[in-house]
Design a protein around this ligand. Structure first.
Ligand code: FES
Length: 112
């Protein structure tokens, strides 16, 4: 995975389309943000990689439909919205805007 490049407007180049397979989450980092980059039916989604329940990387979990399942206690989150879909997590995931330009995937991370 290539190093993210800051485009100066919050958009960061995090990967190329050939690096991300359908239903196989990949961890990417933008500054302090640890993100699970996911592809479902050709559409890319970016959500926080760290589960909101305890500490586990969702990029180690599975994608099922448009949901990602935590590998530790099997909480499920809706990838387009970050909404919790199954316990034990109760807090939604942060989501990030994604855009694809040519074969480059950009994720927008605003400084907080
Ligand atoms: S750490 Fe993800 S469900 Fe518990």
């Amino acid at each position: 995975m290539s190093e993210p490049k800051d485009q100066g407007d919050g958009w960061h180049l995090v990967a190329t389309t050939g690096e991300i397979e359908d239903d196989t989450p990949e961890q990417v980092r933008v500054g302090d943000a640890v993100i699970a980059l996911c592809k479902v039916n050709g559409t890319f989604y970016a959500v926080d990689d760290i589960c909101t329940h305890e500490f586990a990387c969702l990029s180690d979990g599975d994608i099922d439909g448009d949901e990602i399942e935590c590998p530790l206690h099997q909480a499920r989150f809706h990838l387009p919205t970050g909404e919790v879909r199954a316990a034990p997590a109760t807090e939604n995931l942060r989501t990030y805007p994604v855009k694809v330009t040519g074969d480059e995937i950009y994720v927008k991370v605003s400084k907080s």
